[in-house]
Design a protein around this ligand. Sequence first.
Ligand code: TYD
Length: 211
Amino acid sequence: MTRGIFITFEGGDGVGKTTQIRLLRSALESSGFHVTQAREPGGTPLGDEIRELVLHSRGHIAPRSEALLYAADRAQNVEAVVRPALERGEVVLQDRYFDSSVAYQGSGRVLGAEDIKRISLWAAGDLVPHLTVLLDLDEASASERLLAQKKPYDRFESEKAEFHARVRQAFLDIATAEPQRFLVIDARLSETDIADRILSRVSPLLDNLEK
Ligand code: TYD
């Protein structure tokens, strides 16, 4: 058994996960908790190389190769970053985890949710988050936000609206199937409103955690 608390953040591209992770991190650290921040893809030296491949290479990547690259990144991140932090009794805040694979590769790439979840859980040694925050936003608003950010070419962000609609629906379906693990929040709410909701759900999880 691990001693820490594992919280993941999910949602489409451009929904504001990074901002909310930053806000939660600073709230927890001001209360004296130890926080480790992680992300997928990337966050380990091997993961950074995989991230470059899956997000920015311009050649065709077969959907099954893509799914396995994310799984390889996940295996590395869990072993090298997440489990050690949980064993130290810390709070791990992670930007994306296996629900992203189920939504993007399972539904976006149409590989099927069950196979993708099985591969992901195998890669992660069955590590399931205590809480997953899903920031939900319709594709039109999300793509407006992304355009405003003017980021470099990204294989996913350049996908069509229909792809992002499938991904969004997949996230909502996963959350409905596991209501005890998920907190779903409308990403159009104000930053502070969202942060408050997240903190109220997280606080009880920290009751028995050492500072
Ligand atoms: P990132 O820049 O982290 O996206 P964002 O800042 O929008 O969260 O890029 C991650 C991209 O990789 C994102 O488009 C979703 C995709 N992805 C998958 O397709 N499968 C996965 O398992 C993960 C973790 C991410």
